[in-house]
Design a protein around this ligand. Structure first.
Ligand SMILES: Cc1ncc(C[n+]2csc(CCOP(=O)(O)OP(=O)(O)O)c2C)c(N)n1
Ligand SMILES: [Mg+2]
Length: 599
């Protein structure tokens, strides 16, 4: 290599450092040892975390971003090593979270020869086809000198517009080929690009007119509010116009749940006041929301929404999401925060605002009535002292034990449904979950990424027994890197969310959804607390609701990795005012209220 030349791997690592990436998460293989060597060279500038399953690396990178706003990178080998990654890529892609996945591939000189771990039967070195549907873009530089362009374009694609994970697939020889004398300058290529586009000023006026003329307005917030840093402006608008705010599961925490205007989750398992207000709204201002089936009661009118006659103002950075599922009275491609600031500025010039806000009393009083009905409906669950622990009570105990700045990372399953229904998120990152792809293991591994992103904040993973067993390797990673997270294993001896579907939709024909001892038929699981102890981690078992909060507090106070094996009842699902349909199998029924039919 000519003097002063950086090779392909060095260009990537140097560029990551210039982009202030503090961590690379990954797992070795022959296909990426040269990349790891470049990380070794720069180990005082970027820290390498070696995990025990590639998916864990992706989930850590994902949640690191959700907490810190800083994208990081993963590294995986060729063939199976990188083939373990698409679950994490899909998760981040659907939830619009960026990370750079550096995947190894076979040497270009061996393309299409069927070398060890080459996917070649449709196209040479064909990892890009594997991940095409799972990420925002794939780059595959095939010569060293292509690397500077690939790495800067990959980064820019990842962070601009609607963010998402990008794959940089690097053939073996390209890691070591001479690439450049210096890396591209992030100041020139991505740091100064802003995607904070506003809406057309005429449309801003229309939106203001619609909001001011509304009698029953509701604001619905999604992830765009959280990741767009729009929480403060949202609160300002809600308070200025006295408009109640509901959220999709992805928008949880975009407004403090205990704010007087906060309605709660709109979903099949959402509270009565949130669904019943959203479906009666005359104007619905949707900010950075996707209107997926779980938010929308499977798009069945009258449960979560009734659009039309509700007139929808839908604002999103990605126009593909506007008009995907509901017709719009006003669809605006814009950054949510910029849009909110435009609206707030436009309202300054309007005179009649306080009269309009005061006229909202009737609507807010009606909502207060719905809230009362809901609170009476759920009250018994909070008082249940039974064992195994009532799941609604469990959600409340866990939530109450977390301090103001605590971060709860949820996994996927029935526990997630309970958490999003009953945790009172205070901040945009109080309750983190995977909302689009929903892979088991997200919360098990993601909590490690959260803790690295916020070392001073308590980070608790609440995960199913199924998912924890699937990804129990995280215990080793927490020990090896001294990452003091708390795992609360929501132990119900089953893939309970799916067993619930068999019970609800298939006349109780249960198969392959619970964990049983072969001889006795008794519920079976490994002893998770003992498993943790075998890894050098404190592990405790909890059977009583009254002990759950103390266990969480003790885990947080330990300052070391900690596991709580919590025995929680499986036979309940969180009921709400919405429904969910599995086409062909039927619809669930709302647990409170019915279908709203406008006059
Ligand atoms: C990787 C992956 N495999 C399968 C599923 C389908 N699935 C969704 S929830 C669930 C059950 C999870 O069981 P557990 O972790 O014990 O959580 P629980 O529902 O019991 O709270 C399954 C199998 C999934 N989402 N992700
Ligand atoms: Mg379970």
């Amino acid at each position: 290599m000519p003097k002063n030349m950086l090779d392909g791997a060095q260009v990537i690592v140097d560029y990551l450092i210039r982009q202030k990436v503090p961590y690379a998460f990954g797992l070795c293989g022959h296909g990426n040892i040269q990349f790891i060597d470049a990380l070794y060279e720069r180990s005082s500038d970027i820290k390498t975390i070696s995990v025990h399953h590639e998916t864990v690396a992706g989930f850590m990178a994902d949640v690191y971003y959700r907490v810190s706003g800083q994208p990081t990178a993963t590294f995986t080998s060729c063939g199976p090593g990188s083939a373990n990654l698409p679950i994490a890529l899909g998760n981040s892609f659907l939830d619009s979270v960026p990370f750079l996945a550096v995947t190894g591939n076979i040497p270009t000189s061996q393309f299409n020869r069927g070398a060890f771990q080459e996917l070649y039967r449709h196209y040479q070195a064909d990892f890009p086809s594997t991940v095409r549907a799972y990420c925002k873009r794939v780059f595959q530089p095939t010569r060293g000198e292509m690397m500077p362009l690939a790495v800067r374009q990959a980064w820019k694609t990842m962070v601009t517009g609607r963010p998402g994970p990008v794959v940089l697939d690097v053939p073996f020889d390209v890691f070591r080929e001479a690439a450049a004398e210096e890396t591209p300058n992030p100041e020139e290529w991505s740091a100064n690009i802003s995607c904070r586009c506003g809406a057309d000023p005429e449309d801003v006026t229309k939106a203001v007119d619609m909001l001011l003329s509304a009698e029953r307005p509701v604001i619905l917030i999604g992830q765009g509010v959280k990741y767009g840093g729009a929480a403060a402006d949202l609160k300002a608008l809600a308070e200025k116009l006295e408009i109640p705010v509901a959220w999709s599961a992805s928008g949880t925490g975009g407004i403090d749940s205990s704010h007087r205007l906060a309605l709660g989750l709109v979903a099949r398992n959402g509270p009565y006041q949130a669904n019943h207000a959203a479906r009666q709204a005359d104007i619905l201002l949707a900010l950075g929301v996707r209107f997926d089936d779980r938010t929308s009661s499977s798009w069945l009118p009258g449960y979560s929404f009734t659009i039309p006659p509700t007139r929808l103002i839908h604002v999103d950075i990605d126009p593909d999401e506007i008009g995907r599922n509901y017709p719009v009275a006003l669809g605006l491609m814009a950054d949510v925060r910029t849009f909110l600031r435009q609206i707030l500025a436009a309202l300054e010039a309007r005179k009649d605002i306080s009269a309009k806000s005061a006229a909202r009393t009737k609507w807010l009083d009606a909502i207060a009535g719905y809230r009362k009905e809901w609170e009476a409906f759920v009250a018994p669950g909070f008082a249940d002292e039974g064992s195994p622990i009532n799941p609604q009570r469990a959600a409340r105990e866990i939530d109450a034990a977390l301090p103001e700045d605590g971060i709860l990372v949820s996994d996927i399953g029935v526990h997630h449904n309970w958490l999003i229904a009953f945790c009172k998120a205070k901040r945009p990152d109080s309750l983190i979950g995977s909302m689009g792809f929903g892979p088991m293991g997200f919360g098990v591994a993601g909590a490690l990424g959260a803790k690295l992103a916020a070392p001073d904040r308590p980070c608790v993973s609440v995960c199913g027994d199924g998912a924890f067993f699937m990804h129990a390797s995280v215990l080793g990673t927490a020990v090896e890197y001294a990452i003091p997270v708390v795992w609360l294993v929501w132990n119900n001896y089953a893939y309970a969310s799916i067993r619930g579907l068999q019970r609800g939709y298939l006349d109780g024909r249960e198969l392959a959804t619970d964990f049983k001892h072969p001889q006795t038929g008794a519920p079976y699981n490994p002893d998770f607390a003992a498993m943790a102890r075998s890894a050098g981690i404190d592990g405790v078992r909890v059977d009583r609701a009254a002990d759950l909060g103390d266990a969480v507090r003790a885990g947080i106070a330990a300052g070391r990795p900690y596991l709580i094996d919590a025995h929680i009842g499986a036979d309940r699902n969180p009921g709400g005012a919405g429904v969910w349909e599995l086409p062909g199998l039927g619809q669930s029924k709302p647990a409170i209220g019915g279908r709203y039919q406008p006059n």
